[in-house]
Design a protein around this ligand. Sequence first.
Ligand code: FBP
Length: 286
Amino acid sequence: MSTIQRESVADEVLDAVAEAVPRVREGLRGRRETVGSENASGDDQKAADVWADKHLADRITEIEGVGEFVSEERDAVVDCGSGLSVALDPLDGSSNLESNNLMGTIVAVYEDDLPARGRSLVGAAYVLYGPIATMVSAVDGTVTEHEIVDGERRPIERDMAIPADPTVYGFGGRTPEWNPEFAEYAGEIESELKLRYGGSLVGDVNQVIGYGGVFCYPALQSRPEGKLRLQFEGNPMAYIVESAGGRSSDGERSLLDVDPERIHQRVPLHIGNEELIDRLESKVER
Ligand code: FBP
């Protein structure tokens, strides 16, 4: 596949996700309860997780040029032809459904077979189900914010760049569980920036892209591998933030350079302005 063909398949995947947004959003009502099952990562599934997964998977696997599909809600990769590989988090932050707070959908389109390195991403995007449904996409190094109107992407800001002067931070995990090095970094940041933590990766990273700053879900003492998943969350969000001029890190290197071993592999995640991630790396060693 040529670069142009790859980017055109990635665009079709993002269009299919945008097209599904009104139905996914509508379908959240009445699907806020857990269904008594766990996904491949051991999280309790909500009816909305299962429903959104099926709705989006049906559309994405039909696209010509998509060869593999997997989602955070599925154990195994679906073989659906030949071409690019799509990893989907159908509803990221779905524990926020109960309290009716922000949530998102994250999609990653890789050139390589899954599990794939972030460097093989052709495009990535997240949908934010906020007061307005928006999509922020990165394809070919260009980050664009769209409003989603009747299932169509309408660009409102092209060539988004993370503001040079950072304002906000959000850190996940309980503070007694942080490693001492991360706690020291957090102490510095807390005295410099303003706390904004909402409990959904999409909402929290979207604020970092909009205002500048840093979001971390670090390694915890009970979870040295971190909470968030590399294929579905770490890589696509890192790709978007790095395309907007920011940086990402697992503590040592860009998330995009982490070698994946498993589909549902977790990773400590640190994302934000370059200077803030450089400082993080100088304090935290994995
Ligand atoms: P899910 O994919 O299970 O929703 O978990 C991901 C997530 O909700 C992220 O969106 C968010 O950054 C994080 O977990 C919040 O974790 P916590 O509840 O520990 O603050």
